[in-house]
Design a protein around this ligand. Sequence first.
Ligand SMILES: Nc1nc2c(c(=O)[nH]1)N[C@H]1C(S)=C(S)[C@@H](COP(=O)(O)OP(=O)(O)OC[C@H]3O[C@@H](n4cnc5c(N)ncnc54)[C@H](O)[C@@H]3O)O[C@H]1N2
Ligand code: MOO
Length: 400
Amino acid sequence: MLGLRAVDDVLHYILSDAPIGCVKSEVSALYLGAVLDGDVFAERDVPPADNSAMDGFAFRYEDLLSGKSLPVSQRIPAGIVGEELQEGTAARIFTGAFIPPNADTVVAQEDCELSGNQVTVSAGVKRGQHIRPRGQDISAGQLLFEAGHRLQAADLGLLASLGISRLSVSAPIRVALMSTGDELREPGESLSAGQIYNSNRPMLAAMIRSLGCEVVDLGIIPDNASATKAALLDASTRADVVISSGGVSVGEEDHVKAQVEALGELQLWKLAIKPGKPLAYGRLGAAPFFGLPGNPVSSFVTFCLFVRPYLLKMLGVANPVVAQWPANANFSWPKAGSRQEYLRARVTPGVSGMQVDIHPQQSSGALTSVSWCNALAVIPVGVTLQRGDHVEVIFLRDLY
Ligand SMILES: Nc1nc2c(c(=O)[nH]1)N[C@H]1C(S)=C(S)[C@@H](COP(=O)(O)OP(=O)(O)OC[C@H]3O[C@@H](n4cnc5c(N)ncnc54)[C@H](O)[C@@H]3O)O[C@H]1N2
Ligand code: MOO
């Protein structure tokens, strides 16, 4: 008998059930969200040589002690290697240019006076100033990333600074996406009476792609047993993971669950969560299956909380579960619920910490609340809140 299961138990169960090691590795051009297959060590120093942090002049510190003007003996733009600096002379130098041998100090041009070819320093100087030393950012041999790290934008820049454009990463997971419902039409099509537009498809597809996975888009599937069965079968042969939305509740028009049971195995159904109670999880042959509830907010929340960490775990990410942060409720929650609630919330900084407001419309059909929010506020089972009470939030920016 499958009852209402607690959110944390379900998360623990599905993550320990996620097939790991089945995703192939491939040497690939690097991209946002790529998951590294092995540790990455630096093979060189960055920057590769001492270089100037300023546009100005490079000197031997000793030559500045007299305060006399010095002749400029060479000009070193970035990209040009200078010659050894002759004693008693200065080098014109630009930001990023390598410091010539024998020079040890740079003075910004604002602190110098140039008269003809003679330069005089007009400010106090410290030995070694304005020089970025070789290896200041990265030293050869340094561990940069551990296996399972997901590349962020700055990581792509960091790897590029080492000359790395390709690495072994987890191959993208193919995720089949089907939207069930006779009432659904795609944007661009005209609507007849009783019909609505398919909002889950672009939303879920975007979230799947934001994880570096590929979408196998099966479009809209009608609400009948044979079409649902055929689509699930097709999906399970073409994809590594199958995701449907809609048709997982208890009505006789809800065919997904029965067909998953007929074709494979239903391992979980019905969670103590709001929105998203009828989430289904199981297997279609080798392919894991997630049946997300049709209500758009329920689809969004269950994808973020369960499917996202599951796909990341399959990709090899070590800690796929998103963090919850402490904040202060700027609302009251007088009625304790029997399901853990994920309220669409907006978190703003305040003098006494993060302040959390909730959207006035918390219906699981109201996507405006998701567009409006920057966080989900987590209200555990049986909890009531007064304004000012501690509440935990999940930031949406951590989910993409
Ligand atoms: N008698 C009961 N009825 C319902 C229960 C229940 O326990 N007993 N649970 C409710 C809860 S909670 C949810 S959540 C929904 C989930 O139902 P389904 O997953 O079967 O979803 P559908 O019935 O197909 O659709 C629900 C709702 O969402 C709209 N929808 C569906 N797909 C899309 C889409 N791709 N884009 C936009 N909107 C979509 C659909 O038209 C319905 O309005 O069940 C409750 N019922
Ligand atoms: O669990 Mo449902 O998603 O509340 O509407």
